[in-house]
Design a protein around this ligand. Structure first.
Ligand code: XIL
Length: 969
């Protein structure tokens, strides 16, 4: 069985020949009184079997007469190309010989190349006792004149050898590789360029030694390990290595990469993206790799993100990961949905269990990278389709519908495309590119993302300022669609974008598509990428987007669905909490409820990868553990899969809701109090959906249900159950009022924590179940409507029209700098005055948040999404008037909205800031999410921080705990 497997693997393996069957160990014990094939290497050397040189039994090999370090005992090496061997031997010096290093080495001459000498094992040996030498060996290039020999660093050392054993490792692609450097050698690691590798005791992760790397000539220069022949194509390997910065190196980022070459062309891939290695700490770099190509060179290496600083490495391991078989008894996704069920895929995923999983569940695919411009036309007019063809052939062979992704995009597009391009030249390049790709796959690629991500809702015309746009304006879009249509009139042509579920982006895209369609540009459909997260945005906004575009009469597809477990761009989990995966299952359920309901408008739904191990969210926006897809790393179904296929298999979802202290009048009117926070959604079933909130008070729990239910029915009712006590309110009951889309229920119920809200409509029910906890009231203030104040650090009279709030919620320390804050508004600008008391001021730290500074947080619309939406901002002003902006991953949408001055005054400083809020209608009554934080620096460290409302210390990541500011008339 093992032999058969080895044969199959070997047949797939790189460009190597089929392996012979697993052979037996070769043992040289010299018990028969002969040298058993070993002979002298070098003039004058003598090699004899004698009892004097025996370690065990009555025979050993005595080696004498040496006059050069490379002299010794040798044998024609019994090694076969492509097979790994473990080689062990025992050595000791003849009596009276000084200690030296004895090494086993292989000499061979690759066909057409120069003779090489490869170290198998080495150790320090004395005359006092036997030392074991052990190492592994594998060669993969056609070679002649193979010799295995034993040499010594002392040219004349006489030594004894015994018990030499050569064990074939069987299938080399299944054998683990480890390097611990404990034997004092570099254990097959070699420099990529001029780096110096020295095993030594200066640092060690475990044991006493590691490998020191110095003298690097470039960020990519450092230690490399040849793994050609040690990885099977389509097989998965887990890799890990520990690294530490060298002496006198304060900081640096290191990562693990692999270089492969096919037909002489090198490609570089990251296994572990470079990460921060704090001085003095060992940091693990780990990842998995699945080779997907025939190669003649395969080498792992450790590189820095930048710089040539020295470092140490230790405890490297590479292990074959046995694939779990895919679950064949599951329902196939594609049979469970009323549209094409697609997945993004890349070349490695056409192999092994990955390929099986794709074939079982999906009837559509999108090449993840292989049809992008950098992959298909890396140089002007030089087209490469090896990978694209491979993927298209795979898909065609499995009867799958193919989405072509993508013809014109600002990313993954080589620089030459825009270099020296006039509009005319750029459009010519575009035309040739589009024509070449679409023609090549005519009749096979059913839909193309003709343009990708061209909308920027923060621009006045809604168009992204890409190089395409800067050089060619809208004509690049017109040209791309025209040429694609000409090249394959049957292909469906899409405009594809992300965040289309957000109202402002939705409208910008809508307007663009409408305008282009009115002009006659052949747009067949709109692609919604749908890169979502576990919290945001609600399924209802996805549905609103689909409904909006349905009115344009275009086809729609979901093109890149995934659900990140993170709501911000910096957090990381070491292991993802299981309850989050359950929550994700419910999120997928709600999304697929929307897709099924809207199936008339959706021709396909594509997930951006089928299993978590291949997700792009493992490296974007930062390298971190993420699990956004339907199958796990072992290709087994997650709750997310069951959310799509059979939600009854999901563990029930226990939601968490904060009930701030507060009271309302129970009359069915929506008090301002309810608008401080968003309603917690109860997802739509049929025509009915709802939102729920609670406030805690001495009298009990005030509850609110906003029900969307267009048809009035006698049985319509909302039931609140708190700690087992039930209150049911009919549509005509007390505390109920009709709304434009349904009705609103308010009630005061007994206090408690376990809450269930059910909304009934005829025979159907929707429900919210969770734990409600009492928290402090949400603070609120207001801004006076006044003429714009002059920003000069002097407190004009105008400010006294607004109420003063004070920071008093300590998130670091319990005392220090605080601020009194007032705000005004005028036009579309919010003005904030902060009078800070802070007698000792410092800007010593390089981190702006560790300097004496004020942070103003603004969430236009008071959406209170967990992470930052693209118009939410953190605006920081230091006491010297330096402005920094944080919050969103890409602050492009808000960066230019702030102006501020600061002025040092006795006992502190004054900040006056103006924040433009172009994304909302500024009018009396509008609510903004709002908070203020004062950072108190002592020297280069922050020693205190205090906010107005948010007590979580996470204002810079999460907008949902900020207070509220109301614009007054
Ligand atoms: C991603 C790929 O999945 C990654 O492998 C690659 O490194 C970067 O691009 N929106 C898109 C896709 O339209 O093309 C992107 O794909 C993900 C975001």
């Amino acid at each position: 069985m093992r032999t058969l497997r080895a044969l199959v693997v070997a047949a797939l393996l790189c460009l190597l020949p089929v392996l012979p069957a697993h052979a037996a160990d070769l043992t040289y014990d010299f018990e028969d009184g002969t040298a058993q094939g070993w002979g002298p290497r070098g003039d004058g050397v003598s090699v004899t079997a004698t009892a004097d040189a025996a370690r065990t039994g009555a025979g050993g090999l005595a080696v004498s007469g040496r006059t050069a370090t490379w002299h010794g005992a040798s044998i024609p090496a019994p090694f076969t190309r492509g097979i790994g061997y473990e080689v062990t031997a025992h050595a000791r010096l003849a009596a009276g010989q000084p200690a030296s290093t004895i090494a086993m080495t292989v000499q061979r001459t690759p066909t057409g190349g120069a003779t090489t000498y490869e170290r198998v094992a080495a150790a320090t040996v004395t005359d006092a006792g036997w030392v074991r030498l052990s190492g592994s060996y594998l060669f993969t290039a056609e070679s002649t004149d193979l010799q295995l020999y034993v040499e010594s660093s002392e040219a004349t050392a006489q030594y004894h050898l015994d018990d030499i054993v050569i064990t074939p490792l069987g299938d080399p692609t299944r054998e683990p590789i480890t390097s611990d450097f404990e034997d004092g050698t570099a254990q097959d690691w070699a420099p990529r360029a001029s780096a110096v590798l020295e095993p030594g005791t200066a640092a060690a992760h475990t044991g006493t030694r590691s490998l020191a790397v110095t003298g690097r000539s470039a960020s990519w220069d450092g230690p490399a390990l040849n793994v050609l022949g040690r990885m099977g194509k389509g097989d998965k390997y887990a890799l890990s290595v520990w690294v530490r910065l060298g002496p006198d190196t304060a900081s640096g980022r290191l990562g693990l990469s692999i270089e492969r070459r096919t037909g002489g062309t090198p490609s570089y891939e990251r296994i572990a993206a470079p990460k921060d290695v704090p001085a003095g700490e060992w940091v693990q770099l780990s990842g998995t790799y699945t080779p997907a190509y025939d190669v003649e060179f395969l080498s792992l290496y450790i590189e820095s993100e930048s710089g040539t600083f020295p470092f140490y490495l230790d405890d490297f391991t590479m292990k074959y990961v046995e694939p779990k078989p895919i679950e064949t008894d599951l329902p196939s996704l594609k049979d469970e949905v009323p549209f094409t069920m697609g997945s993004a895929f890349t070349r490695p995923e056409t192999l092994g269990t990955h390929g099986e999983l794709l074939a079982k569940h999906f009837d559509g695919v999108t090449p993840g990278n292989e049809l992008k411009w950098d992959a298909t036309e890396p140089r002007d007019g030089e087209f490469t389709f090896t990978d694209g063809d491979h993927l298209v052939d795979f898909a065609t062979g499995h009867g799958m519908t193919i989405r072509g992704h993508t013809l014109a995009w600002h990313s993954q597009t080589p620089d030459w495309v825009f270099a020296n391009a006039t509009k005319e030249v750029l459009l010519e390049r575009l035309e040739r590119h589009v024509r070449t790709l679409v023609t090549r796959y005519k009749g096979r690629i059913a839909a193309w993302d003709v343009v990708n991500e061209v909308v920027d809702e923060n621009q006045p015309d809604g168009l992204r300022r890409s190089q395409w746009y800067e050089i060619a304006g809208l004509d690049f879009i017109r040209t791309a669609f025209r040429v694609a249509r000409e090249a394959d009139p049957d292909a469906k042509l899409f405009i594809n974008d992300y965040n289309t579920e957000f109202p402002r982006k939705r409208e910008a895209l809508y307007n663009l598509v409408k305008k282009l369609k009115d002009e006659g540009v052949p747009i067949d459909g709109v692609g919604h990428q749908l890169h979502l997260n576990i919290e945001q945005p609600p399924a209802s906004s996805v549905e609103a987007t689909i409904e909006r575009f349905a009115s344009l009469g275009v086809d729609q597809q979901v093109t890149e669905l995934d659900v990140s477990v993170y709501t911000d761009f910096v957090s990381t989990y070491d292991t993802i909490p299981p309850e989050l995966l359950v929550q994700q299952g419910h999120r997928y359920k709600e999304l697929f409820d929307v897709f099924r309901r809207q199936a008339a408008h959706l021709s396909s739904v594509t997930v951006w990868g089928k299993s978590d191990d291949v997700s792009w969210l493992r490296s974007w926006p930062i390298p971190r553990l993420n699990a956004p897809l339907l199958f796990d790393d072992d290709l087994q179904a997650k709750p997310a899969y069951w959310g799509v296929v059979d939600p009854s298999r999901l563990a029930p979802l226990v939601r968490k809701l904060a009930a701030p202290a507060g009271a309302v009048k129970v009359d069915g009117r929506r008090d301002l109090e309810w608008d401080l926070l968003p309603d917690s959604p109860i997802a739509r079933v049929g025509d009915v959906s709802a939102g729920f909130q609670a406030r805690s008070a001495g009298a009990g729990l005030y509850v609110l249900a906003e029900v969307v239910d267009p048809t009035v029915n006698r049985d319509d009712r909302v039931t609140f159950t708190v700690d087992g006590r039930t209150r049911s309110v009919g549509r005509a009951g007390p505390g109920v009022r009709p709304t434009a889309t349904g009705y609103r229920v308010e009630a005061l119920v007994g206090g408690g924590t376990d809450v269930e809200v059910t909304v009934r409509d005829r025979g159907m029910e929707i429900a919210w179940k969770g734990e409600v906890s009492a928290v402090p009231a949400v603070k609120r203030t207001w801004a006076a409507h006044r003429a714009a104040p002059v920003l000069d650090g002097t407190v004009d009279r105008a400010w006294s029209a607004a109420p003063e709030i004070r920071t008093g919620t300590w998130i670091q320390g319990t005392s220090g700098a605080t601020a009194r804050v007032r705000s005004l508004w005028s036009g579309s600008t919010l003005y904030v005055l902060a009078q800070v008391s802070d007698p000792v001021l410092s800007e010593e730290s390089a981190n702006p948040w560790d300097q004496d500074s004020v942070e103003i947080f603004v969430d236009p619309g008071n959406d209170k999404t967990k992470g930052y939406s693209d118009d939410d901002g953190q605006y920081r002003v230091s006491f010297s008037g330096k402005v920094t902006v944080g919050g969103t991953f890409d602050a492009a949408g808000i960066r230019d909205n702030v102006r501020a001055v600061a002025k040092v005054v006795p006992g502190g400083y004054v900040v006056e800031a103006a924040v433009r809020l172009p994304t909302i209608e500024m009018a009396e009554g509008a609510l903004l999410g709002f908070d203020v934080q004062v950072n108190d620096a002592t020297g280069a460290a922050r020693t205190g921080a205090v906010t107005w409302n948010d007590s979580t210390g996470r204002s810079y990541l999460d907008t949902s705990h900020w207070g509220v500011l109301r614009l007054a008339g």
